[in-house]
Design a protein around this ligand. Structure first.
Ligand SMILES: *[C@@H]1O[C@H](CO)[C@@H](O)[C@H](O)[C@H]1NC(C)=O
Ligand SMILES: *[C@@H]1O[C@H](CO)[C@@H](O)[C@H](O)[C@H]1NC(C)=O
Ligand SMILES: *[C@@H]1O[C@H](CO)[C@@H](O)[C@H](O)[C@H]1NC(C)=O
Ligand SMILES: *[C@@H]1O[C@H](CO)[C@@H](O)[C@H](O)[C@H]1NC(C)=O
Ligand SMILES: *[C@@H]1O[C@H](CO)[C@@H](O)[C@H](O)[C@H]1NC(C)=O
Length: 623
């Protein structure tokens, strides 16, 4: 990723090393043509690192960064294609039936990379049945890269490596189906896979039909080695190819595959050397209409203990926190049928403690993220199986609202997340990403409920239910996560006001009520975990801060400040939407982070860095 001119690179494996040499030989010319687009050879699968001595690690976004100090003219086919797209009613967000809940299952990549074979998948399927994982909901078994032969057959079809898969893919698919699993496979939107096997570019329909004939139910389409055609630029080729896959799956197959799309990752912040998130957001906008999953950022770090063996900096905990820090920026896109995918659960990595592994599971479940295990299932400990099959936490992941929990508050120690659950309960998830055992104190009102009410909370790790005291007190070891289902004392559905941080998903600064003594104002500042960072949006589209409840975010031309809330004042009405923009209903201007954290209202751009914000779960999407 920071491959631009940083000199020496080291590779994970011999295969990867050869790939790397090939990458340099083949791709450098296209890089010259497209200076801003280095991603064609930043394989999402093979991981490179600049030599440690080069001091060129890319920026890693960990919660510390979220937190802070305390207090062309296209061929006629193309136009036909787009015309037909417009008439399709199969966009996944409108029609969530392909995957009504986030998928759960297994993928070999992060644990075995290219060391895959039939034996591994047969053992995995058997172990998932025997150990209760299938019964707990893990019902997809997905092959990742490196399964094919290096050449297509005489009919141009993809074929499997028959040394690795002696009985063949249809046999393997039957093996899965007979036991109750879906069969998932991997291909690439570009002309080769990340591992340099044949890609599907210009063979989309043929390959989809081949997979269908093998019994495939689930398809991950990665984005390496994109050949730019018909004058399309890098962004446009991705958009064209992923929309084409959607078209093929929804019109050429008996039933569409569950479609996992890697496109956004290629435009994500760590891949984007021009420090411009706009194309990442735009990619998220279209993939949510195309398929079921968005692999939105870096690959999670693959198995192994060498901290320099992947381009994702740091260790496995840092890699997990990096993907977490990307996921929290994207909650607005998720709804039943379409899931933000922060990548695999890395269950058997030796350098993760049990607290860290359980944190990974609790956070991903809070997000209603896909729960795809990448581990050697037969060797998982009973303790691993026990937390992975925790019914109460899986129920949060698979909740019928499919809400992604959002940040209520964050600082350099604690992140607090919440979301609503279908039965009227509220989720409370508290992460200690600091280095010491600490007690978190969380005012009940931060859950978006009436603080005068009586509540109980079920600790989803222990199953014990307790009455909640205000503030909620939670003791946590370093890297431990608590997860509670909060309900009213009388079991009635809770009345919820969306509550939490409003932050810029580029700068990660929080909208903060400031100068409360001198007269309230607002600034974008490093998030501090206190009530000046916690906002509520009412049904009337008014936004107030927990630290100044009678004051509402008010526009006055290009100025924005806090004024006494007044339902008759249109200057206090805002709309939020998929664009991530918070737009004044009065003057149509967008809330904008200016120089030095200044808050202003400015003309709305196309998902500009300065104007794309994350708002709390439950805020309705209008623009
Ligand atoms: C299959 O793959 C696993 C995991 O990489 C490996 O341990 C095993 O030796 C392989 N088996 C065969 C028969 O190639
Ligand atoms: C097929 O698998 C065998 C056994 O691992 C390997 O030696 C061979 O190189 C593979 N073929 C391809 C095209 O990867
Ligand atoms: C794939 O695309 C690249 C980049 O345009 C091109 O150099 C290469 O020849 C293509 N390879 C195949 C197998 O089509
Ligand atoms: C970011 O990219 C978008 C679209 O490619 C462009 O319109 C915008 O001007 C860019 N912003 C910056 C700050 O470079
Ligand atoms: C925790 O420890 C790591 C590694 O020693 C250090 O980089 C980080 O700043 C520490 N965090 C806090 C909140 O002290």
């Amino acid at each position: 990723m920071t491959m631009a001119g940083s000199g020496v690179y080291r590779c994970v494996s011999i295969t990867a090393f050869i790939s790397f040499l090939l990458a340099l030989a083949l791709v450098v010319p296209s890089v010259v043509a497209l200076p801003a687009q280095l991603t064609p050879f930043v394989s999402l699968k093979f991981s490179w690192t600049s030599d440690a001595s080069a001091h060129s690690s890319p920026p890693i976004i960990v919660p510390e960064a979220l937190g802070c100090d305390e207090p062309s003219t296209m061929a006629s086919f193309v136009s036909l294609f787009f015309t037909s797209l417009a008439t399709l009613a199969s966009a996944t967000v409108q029609d969530p039936k392909v995957s009504p809940r986030p998928p759960m299952g297994f993928n070999n990549w992060a644990r075995f990379m290219c060391n895959l074979n039939e034996t591994l998948f047969v053992q995995t399927a058997d172990a998932m049945v025997e150990r209760g994982l299938l019964a707990a909901g893990y019902n997809n078994i997905n092959l990742d890269d490196c399964w094919p032969e290096t050449e297509r057959n005489s009919n141009n079809e993809l074929i499997w490596n028959s040394t690795l898969f002696p009985h063949g893919m249809p046999w393997l698919g039957n093996y899965f189906h007979d036991r109750g699993f879906n069969f998932g496979i991997y291909t690439n939107a570009g002309n080769m896979t990340c591992g340099w096997y044949p890609g599907s570019q210009d063979h989309e329909e043929l390959d989809a039909k081949t997979f269908e004939s093998w019994g495939v139910d689930y398809l991950k389409v990665d984005g390496c080695h994109m050949d730019l055609q018909n004058g399309r630029n890098y962004y446009q080729e991705f958009e064209y190819r992923y929309k084409l896959w959607h078209e093929v799956m929804t019109t050429k197959l008996k039933k569409p595959f569950i479609f996992s799309q890697s496109a956004p990752a290629y435009f994500s912040p760590n891949f984007h050397l021009d420090k411009n998130n706009t194309d990442w957001y735009r990619t998220m906008d279209y993939v949510r209409k195309n398929g079921e999953l968005a692999r939105h950022s870096d690959d999670i770090k693959v198995y192994g203990n060498n901290p320099t063996n992947t381009f994702e900096p740091g260790g496995h905990w840092e890699s997990m926190m990096n993907n977490y820090g990307m996921e929290v920026r994207l909650s607005r896109y998720q709804s039943c049928g379409f899931y933000n995918d922060p990548d695999f659960l890395i269950v058997d990595w030796p350098d993760l403690s049990m607290d860290e592994k359980k944190t990974h599971f609790a956070l991903w479940s809070s997000f209603s993220a896909p729960l795809i295990l990448s581990a050697y299932i037969p060797d998982l400990t009973d303790e691993d199986i026990a937390y992975l099959t925790n019914k109460d936490i899986i129920a949060v992941d698979q909740d019928a609202l499919c809400e992604q929990a959002t940040l209520v508050s964050s600082n350099n120690i604690f992140d607090v997340l919440t979301k609503s659950l279908a039965n009227g309960d509220r989720l409370l998830t508290v992460l200690n990403h600091g280095n010491e055992t600490t007690t978190a104190l969380i005012p009940i009102e931060r859950l978006g409920v009436d603080p005068k009410g009586s509540y109980k909370a079920k600790d989803l790790w222990t199953g014990k239910t307790n009455t909640l005291k205000d503030p909620i007190s939670v003791d946590l070891r370093s890297h431990q996560t608590a997860i509670y289902r909060v309900s009213s004392a009388n079991n009635k559905p809770l009345s919820i006001t969306p509550t939490g941080q409003i932050f810029n998903t580029f700068s990660l600064n929080c909208l903060t009520a400031t100068g409360l003594r001198r007269g309230p104002n607002v600034d974008f500042l490093a998030c501090n975990g206190v009530n000046t960072n916690v906002w509520q949006m009412t049904d009337e589209s008014m936004i107030s801060c927990l630290a100044a409840k009678n004051k509402c975010l008010t526009v006055d031309g290009e100025d924005v400040g806090l004024e006494v809330c007044d339902k008759s004042d249109k200057n206090q009405r805002w709309s939020y939407g998929i664009s991530g923009n918070l737009v004044s209903k009065k003057n149509g201007l967008c809330l904008t982070e200016g120089e030095d954290g200044e808050v202003l209202a400015a003309k709305c751009g196309v998902e500009f860095n300065s104007q794309v914000l994350a708002l709390p779960a439950g805020v309705k999407l209008e623009n």
